[in-house]
Design a protein around this ligand. Structure first.
Ligand code: GLA
Length: 743
């Protein structure tokens, strides 16, 4: 039973393989949160709470004469503003009489087979028999506002999802000012918060600090999940590391403005609230109308690695969709860093021909292929080919590339428009802009109001035509600026607080239509690199361009940070030319290949500029990737070094799910004379098995490799790399198995 109701104690218990989540409907009808963590032997965890008179502590008491009861001190499931809990609230309302109170009492609950879905929003799905749903209904007796809390329980995957539906069952309009997806109170323990912060070209860098009495806010108000913060946080025990300690991962499946608030209350109890950002947000609910929040995905596990493994599996199997979700992805060559805007058909065909000779399977034509797109000042919005560059149009080009034996892919940025475009000249009001103001430009472009149906229809028609008329097998869906001037011509002045979320619903709706109609296309998300790298987008695009920074050394840090929440198969990663175009650094092809192969693999350079030796090396890399890709993309990923320690090397490892094979990657980032030996302890192997190391033919037990480790040969030169391929050859002879391992 993954969801259980004990009516005698009014307890609701959710169980996954390695966690328990417990709630209680208390004597006064409030929904209390009791516990989330390691299984605790089927115990009623309400014994953890001890109440006493806090009547003087500034906490109003909600239950008549009972001065020991206060919402301000009680762990709860979904907290509201204005009724005595002064901590971070989950829901904020303005009622028709101007009051801001919503006092939510338990009404009923229901347990359903399968996983709930959320209309218009991405959500974790059940592949059949994997999940159960709990719906708890809460209600404010005065206004009739109803909150339905949804819990999806994936027992074997160790995941609990949460979302809320807010329904106006009253007779007057209610304005929602905040509608979070998750409130998690943790009344015990000493906690750190890890968030993933960054900038363009250095996304998702882990930042860890103690939870404190000042609430920390992790948010984006840029209209996209952003380079600067990511809608994924981890709360972990102060002592937790990769392998040990209580860890809670919380990921919002949403691509727009979000907010996670985490802090300690006056008595040291932790509270984390996560959902759509309430900054600039308002949603009007007329009687009978409802609002659905996006979904937060929760995972509890021992150690950060376990949290990563839970999310990697979940994203690959229960969030990504379409034909490519688990399939091998073709090795691609992208034209952007090869030629930027400077090309015509002959140049593209020359690059493609060289690419084909290297063993590339998919040629991707990046920005610059459409009318008047000679630089980034013009053209966005007009999605037809530049006939000066391509006299035969796209169909002729695609055919020539197909005839070379490669698939064809294309870059688009449908959400944007240049002022210098036919689209903008015809529909200037389709761009987001506030009345009487010139909207801010970003990369010389404006943002189309995806909240408008006619805009979505135009984009659907333009994209569908492009995909239908050409044999397009891959689409890089870009989005190169944040949203400013968020004002929608179709919202009344009082409803402008809805425009940001309506934009996100619009992009999801458009992507849903296109991915459904073109299931054979591999969609890759992108937003100035990894500015919209989130579970919401991964529901539509199984991979996302991880960063515009293709420097292999910087990419190690970016991909390492990204790996805390997201699988390797989701990270678009390319080998580019040296000196690198972003940093000017030169690194060997071996390092660039190793790093790009730890992702959705491809190249982004002009192969015509390579030496014969480099071409041979690339052919070998592609062969190697074909051989290792199952292990890399579907295996378990282990971070072996902590970037925060600034070691002179970085190492990471893949282990197949049956532990039969493994690949260790090590890159020296800073060579030193007379350096200490580099010694790495491997992870995830079968301790009782013997592994053959393909590189030197030696055979070593899994136990030795994990507990003793492996000493690297002396590595010198420019950014040297080392790889170890391990293959299980046999079980360790019985007499050599240590008693502890047998147990
Ligand atoms: C963004 C992308 C790049 C490239 C350019 C093209 O910056 O992240 O990969 O596609 O746009 O303009």
């Amino acid at each position: 039973m993954s969801i259980c109701y004990d009516s005698s104690e009014s307890l609701l218990t959710l169980e996954t393989a390695s966690s328990v989540y417990q709630m209680k409907i208390d004597a006064y009808g409030y929904l209390e949160h009791l516990y989330y963590g390691r299984p605790a032997g089927g115990t009623d965890m309400s014994y953890l709470q001890r109440r006493y008179d806090r009547g003087f502590s500034g906490s109003p008491y909600a239950a008549g004469e009972d001065r020991t009861f206060s919402l301000d001190t009680m762990p709860q499931e979904y907290t509201s503003f204005g009724v005595g809990d002064f901590r971070t609230h989950s829901i904020g309302v303005i009622n028709s009489d101007g009051s801001r109170c919503a006092e939510l009492h338990y009404v009923s609950h229901e347990i359903r087979e399968g996983k709930y879905s959320i209309p218009g929003l991405p959500a974790v799905y059940d592949n059949g028999g994997e999940a159960k749903t709990l719906v708890i209904t809460l209600r404010d007796a005065v206004t009739g506002l109803v909150v339905r809390l949804y819990y999806g329980v994936f027992h074997d995957l160790d995941v609990i999802t949460r979302a809320a539906e807010i329904v106006n069952e009253g007779t007057e309009e209610v304005i929602l000012e905040k509608a979070s997806s998750l409130c998690l109170d943790i009344p015990f323990g000493t906690w750190d918060l890890i968030c993933f912060t960054g900038r363009h070209c250095m996304e998702r860098q882990p930042e860890r600090r103690p939870l404190s009495h000042s609430v920390q806010v992790i948010s984006s108000e840029r209209g996209m999940s952003s380079h600067q913060q990511n809608p994924f946080v981890i709360v972990c025990d102060r002592q937790a590391n990769e392998d040990h300690g209580d860890c809670y991962g919380m990921m919002l499946a949403y691509s727009g403005n979000f907010k996670a608030e985490a802090g300690l209350d006056q008595f040291g109890s932790a509270r984390i609230v996560m959902g759509i950002s309430d900054t600039y947000f308002q949603w009007h609910l007329a009687p009978g109308e409802s609002f659905c929040t996006p979904e937060t995905i929760l995972a509890y596990g021992e150690g950060l690695t376990r949290i990563s493994h839970i999310f990697h599996r979940l994203i690959r199997h229960n969030i990504c969709r379409g034909e490519y979700k688990l399939a091998h992805r073709p090795v691609l060559l992208n034209s952007w860093e090869a030629s930027y805007f400077d090309f015509d058909e002959n140049r593209i065909l020359a690059i493609a021909k060289e690419a084909e000779e290297l063993g590339i399977e998919l040629f991707v034509l990046d920005d610059g292929w459409f009318r008047r797109r000679r630089d980034d000042n013009a053209g966005l919005g007009d999605w037809t080919a530049d006939m000066e560059k391509f006299p035969g149009g796209l169909p002729a080009l695609v055919e020539k590339i197909n005839r070379m034996g490669m698939k064809f892919g294309i870059w688009v940025e449908p959400e944007m428009v240049n002022e210098d475009s036919d689209l903008y000249r015809a529909h200037p009001d389709w761009a987001l802009k506030a009345p009487g103001r010139s909207p801010m430009l970003g990369r010389n472009q404006l943002v189309l109001d995806l909240g408008r149906e006619e805009v979505r229809d135009y984009l659907y028609d333009a994209m569908a035509k492009l995909f239908r008329e050409n044999n397009i097998q891959y689409v890089k869906w870009d989005m190169n600026r944040s949203l400013s001037d968020v004002y929608s011509a179709v919202c009344t002045p009082s409803r402008q607080g809805e425009a940001g979320h309506r934009y996100v619903l619009g992009i999801y709706g458009l992507l849903e239509r296109l991915t459904e109609e073109f299931p054979h296309i591999l969609f890759e998300g992108c937003a100035g690199g990894g500015g919209r790298f989130d579970a919401g987008m991964l529901y539509y695009t199984p991979q996302i361009w991880c960063s515009d920074d293709t420097d292999a050394v910087e990419r190690i840090a970016i991909q390492n940070g990204t790996s805390f929440g997201y699988p390797v198969s989701a990270m678009g990663s390319h080998v580019s030319a040296v000196p690198n175009h972003q940093t000017g650094r030169s690194t060997p092809l071996a390092l660039r290949g190793m790093v790009a192969m730890s992702g959705a693999f491809g190249y982004e350079l002009d192969p015509g500029k390579l030496t014969e030796e480099e071409k041979q090396e690339i052919r070998a890399q592609i062969r190697e990737f074909h051989r290792d890709q199952d292990l890399i993309l579907d295996g378990l990923y282990y971070r072996l070094t902590d970037m925060a320690e600034q070691l002179p090397y970085a190492a990471w490892q893949f282990v197949s799910k049956d532990r039969g094979s493994s690949l260790l990657n090590l890159a020296v980032l800073h060579v030193q004379a007379n350096a200490p030996l580099i010694h790495v302890r491997l992870k995830g192997l079968d301790p009782q098995a013997v592994y053959r190391i393909e590189e030197d033919g030696s055979c070593i037990t899994g136990a030795a490799l994990m507990y003793g480790g492996y000493t690297m040969p002396i590595l010198t030169g420019d950014y040297p790399v080392f790889r170890l391929h391990l293959v299980r050859v046999c079980e360790m002879p019985k007499e050599k198995v240590q008693p502890e391992e047998e147990a």
